[in-house]
Design a protein around this ligand. Structure first.
Ligand SMILES: Cc1cc2nc3c(=O)[nH]c(=O)nc-3n(C[C@H](O)[C@H](O)[C@H](O)COP(=O)(O)O)c2cc1C
Length: 179
């Protein structure tokens, strides 16, 4: 079974990004999704690599190897990606991680409460992931006015958003298989 690790850009328990991820997990029972929770990672410091590499960095780096692909679901924060997510990516690019992300397929979904669906963060994250050597799925998957898309039970009720996400994840699935 294909394994996809999910990184959610928001740490909020009420996060819309998390609800979007949950919709995808529920919609694709043929894929083994697992969230990679990076909340506990300490701030990246190159000085620690050689003598005192934090165990949480080592565990995170090892965990990444288990997945065929990574899916990012993140809001835009101040025209960029949230700092915690960037810190997690910096940790994956540190020493002894040369081949960790090389050619690993990845898809980005951004969302925002405004009209652009976090497009600026989406493009910036594409750039970071390409820099890390990942195979980035090219579609810009963005959801605008995300607070209007769910009901009180956290279900995605907007049909065009449901269709849009399912079509893109299906395409991503084929993209991974042709790696
Ligand atoms: C610190 C912060 C910065 C934000 N910056 C932007 C922004 O630059 N552009 C934007 O469209 N929305 C911005 N927003 C609004 C988010 O898009 C919106 O709150 C989104 O629902 C947060 O994602 P979440 O529900 O997954 O936590 C910002 C929100 C926060 C908390």
């Amino acid at each position: 079974m294909m394994k996809i690790g999910i990184l959610i850009g928001s740490l909020s328990q009420k996060s819309y990004s998390r609800k979007i991820a949950q919709f995808i997990v529920n919609s694709f029972p043929n894929i083994a999704f697992m969230e990679l929770n990076y909340r506990q990672l300490s701030l990246y410091d190159p000085d620690l690599e050689v003598t005192n590499c934090p165990i949480n960095w080592q565990a995170f780096r090892l965990a990444i190897r288990k997945f065929n692909a990574l899916l990012f679901v993140t809001p835009e924060y101040n025209y960029s990606i949230p700092g915690g997510l960037k810190n997690a990516l910096d940790i994956l690019s540190g020493a002894d991680t040369e081949d960790l992300l090389i050619d690993k397929p990845t898809m980005i979904i951004t969302d925002s409460s405004g009209n652009r669906g976090g497009l600026i963060a989406n493009l910036q994250l594409q750039q970071v992931l390409r820099m890390l050597g990942m195979r980035v799925f090219n579609n810009e998957v963005t959801l605008s006015k995300v607070q209007e898309l769910f009901n009180d039970q956290d279900e995605l009720i907007d049909q065009s958003s449901r269709d849009f996400l399912i079509a893109n994840v299906t395409e991503f699935y084929d993209f991974i298989k042709h790696t």
